[in-house]
Design a protein around this ligand. Sequence first.
Ligand code: 13P
Length: 338
Amino acid sequence: MLMDTARALFADDKGLLAMDESNPTCNRRFERYKIPSTVDARRAYRELIVTTPGLGECISGAILYDETFRQETSDGRPFLKVLTDAGIIPGIKVDAGATDLAAHPGEKITEGLDGLRERLRDYFQMGARFAKWRAVIAIGDDLPSRSGMEANAHVLARYAALCQEAGLVPIVEPEVLMDGAHTLEQCRKVTEEVLRNVFIQLNCQRVLLEGLILKPNMVLPGLKCAAPATVEEVAQATVKSLWRTVPAAVPGIAFLSGGQSGEQASAHLNAMNSRAMARMPWALSFSFARALQFPALEIWQGKDVNVTAAQQALLHRARCNRSARRGEYSAAMETKVV
Ligand code: 13P
């Protein structure tokens, strides 16, 4: 069943929609548009997303946050039912966020293993078929440390084994952050080292590689790096780091967007799929939050009258990314309605 779920999440060139922002993160994103930080505003926003007509054409799975997992539309339909009726498989974020790693200044460790077995069992019973856990790795002077990488990889593997025991496909997300002035090459080296550690630990914890999804960062220069990289350079560096570290048994890779714009993320994914697809053993897909949602959030601004236009913007980004999976995305798609 794990392998069937993993396959379904990559089928038909569809991808994943991450809509699992924790309440503090969601509120921070709302603040920019003066949208109130309330349960109902978050519910209304997530209703907009899950009821987007046609979303299931491009999206195979949606990652929810616990609050959203239990919510309903204003006319009383559980979000889980709306999603499954649209052919979208529900998933759940199960980590409890990142906190400072003791004795490792500047490094984080993700928490949430306590009681995880019981929570996974409950989520499965409620209808989740996959889960997500994010670890964050910063690049800096002497960072990341070997022990910081190992600690995060170990926890990711423990989480993944528990998910598979519960019948849920684990999304394993080690995110090398874009913050900083590091170069593309530095990001590539760190990404490779992180992924190597992750697969060592996944093997140690007896995780079935065929029944997991890897959600890595793309290899990018830091936000403060003076040397920008071309689309081609990003695609090549990303594919190279994956090629060297990810076993062929893994069914697919679904990138996070990490702070790239919607257009950048689509262009990078497209370049990887158009040049490299023939020799890649795994599907190269997307599991974006910001790069899918931000144009819609900017249009919505918390106002009912903007719901339809916001849904169109979300669908547009989802369609662009489905095209990028096929290597058929082009900048021209951004200027005409698809
Ligand atoms: P972004 O695509 O905004 O990086 O988010 C993906 C995600 O799920 C973060 O955990």
